[in-house]
Design a binder for this molecule. Structure first.
Ligand SMILES: [Zn+2]
Length: 467
């Protein structure tokens, strides 16, 4: 059985091995290759009273040198698995624990540690865990080690739901692979595909009771729903995270998770992740007793993260600056693409009402009325509803009349721009995006601004209430 430069030689009887080895050596020598005796092992098992007993003395030679025998407690590495005298060994968590510890102690920034985990460490485990000895308990224990690592690196609260860590970034999670749900699913698919192969030997092996038992066990471990879907549903069903349902989707919302934005420190990254996952400390959380949840800034409402960032009078001034920064970014882009921009024009209606849209943009006979809003991702109101409410502020008779007097002959389009306060660029912006020709990097830049401002708003709030 050969796979690239790894190969296994099987013989029924010990006495035939030297001849076969000599033939193999001859085969390779004729092709300018050699078998390395130091990298070879011999496993020779004898049956004794119904038990198999491996030999402890070296019995085989390659190129005149003895090769190491595999004893009862020994094992060797073949195609990524540890193999001993009883077959493939069950993976153990010691190596994972060591690797996580080493990454944690390495002089890396938190986002780099997270990248190492996601892109190198976990992928390295996947093959070894697709092993006949794997169990649900083992995978769960491995996940527990990984979650503990993530929580340490990002300074998460212990109550942080697993879905936040495991759900894909496009749904609002951190996209850390879950071994318990992922490995059996992949393993089962591989076994299933093998079972459909035309090769008669593989078909016979797959039909053997031992393999059939393994396949049915792995199938049970895997369940029916793809892991990606499982975690998405859990995230969107969670009490703290349900609001992400209408916000997730655009890749701009998670670009910063893959690569720390220019100018961000490691701490900025951690604070942004904490904002996204509601890990920034506030007292208005379910595990605090009711009286202790009151806002320490205004004493009016429950001190939830959405109140601190979106409603509390203490942070009002910074909220305006957050909003203005997004407007400036969009205005700069629009002006650079050759459209004329009016910044906060005042439009007075006949009934005295004053309208101040953020930007009014003139382009090819069309006048775009743009209003920017940073909104909390909530279950009570989807982002599309927020978008539509904002549109209706301007898309109505009173404003249309006033605007027609201000810009005679203009054809108006009303396009709000909504950003999720936890750094999301929602899908409902599509109309606006198309009209303003907003590129991906501008979306990401707006998202990053919201995250950075969210973190600053929270810090400012904490400074005020502590003072
Ligand atoms: Zn308050």
């Amino acid at each position: 059985m050969a796979f690239a430069d790894d190969f296994v030689l099987l013989e029924e009887e010990e006495r035939r091995v030297p001849n076969t080895l000599a033939a193999v050596e001859g085969f390779f020598r004729a092709r300018g290759m050699e078998v390395n005796p130091r990298k070879s092992v011999g496993l020779c098992v004898r049956g004794y009273e119904g038990r198999s007993i491996p030999r402890v003395q070296p019995v085989f030679r390659i190129g005149g040198q003895w090769i190491r025998p595999i004893k009862a407690m020994d094992s060797f590495r073949y195609l990524g698995h540890q193999v001993g005298s009883f077959g493939v060994k069950r993976p153990n968590l010691y190596a994972l624990q060591m690797m996580l510890e080493r990454v944690h102690r390495a002089p890396l920034k938190p986002d780099q540690k997270l990248s190492v985990l996601r892109q190198y460490l976990i992928p390295r485990l996947l093959y070894g865990f697709q092993n006949p000895g794997v169990t649900g308990g083992l995978l769960t224990a491995a996940d527990r080690l990984i979650k503990r690592f993530v929580k340490r690196v990002l300074h998460f609260n212990i109550h942080t739901p697993d879905a936040v860590i495991h759900a894909a970034a496009r749904y609002g999670g951190l996209g850390v692979y879950c071994l318990r749900s992922g490995v059996p699913f992949t393993f089962y698919r591989r076994l299933d595909r093998l079972g459909r192969e035309g090769d008669p030997v593989i078909r016979a092996v797959m039909a053997s009771p031992r393999v059939a038992r393994l396949v049915s066990r792995i199938r049970q471990l895997a369940g029916d729903v793809p892991p990606d879907q499982v975690w998405k549903e859990r995230l969107h069903a969670g009490q703290m995270t349900a609001g992400l349902r209408s916000a997730s989707g655009d890749p701009a919302s998670s670009a910063w998770l893959r690569a720390r934005p220019h100018g961000w420190s490691g701490r900025d990254f951690v604070r942004a992740v904490q904002l996204r996952t509601e890990n920034l400390p506030v007292v208005g959380v379910p595990y605090n007793p009711q009286p202790a949840r009151q806002c320490r800034g205004c004493h009016q409402r429950i001190e939830s993260l959405s109140h601190v960032l979106q409603g509390c009078p203490v942070t009002h001034g910074m909220r305006i600056r957050r909003h203005d920064e997004i407007c400036r970014k969009v205005a700069r882009h629009v002006a650079a693409s050759g459209m004329a921009v009016e910044w906060e024009p005042h439009v007075r209606a006949r009934d005295g009402a004053l309208y101040k849209p953020d930007l009014v943009i003139h382009t090819e006979g069309v006048i775009l009325v743009v209003d920017v809003q940073v909104s909390w991702e909530s279950v009570n109101r989807t982002m599309s509803e927020v978008w539509d409410l904002k549109r209706r502020v301007y898309d109505q008779q009173n404003f249309r009349e006033a605007a027609a007097r201000r810009w005679p002959g203009g054809c108006f389009r009303f396009c709000p721009l909504i950003l999720g306060a936890r750094g999301f660029w929602p899908r409902c912006n599509q109309v606006t995006e198309d009209l303003l020709r907003i590129p991906g990097h501008l979306k990401a830049s707006c998202v990053n601004s919201v995250l950075k401002w969210g973190s600053s708003l929270h810090s400012a709030f904490m400074r005020t209430v502590w003072a």
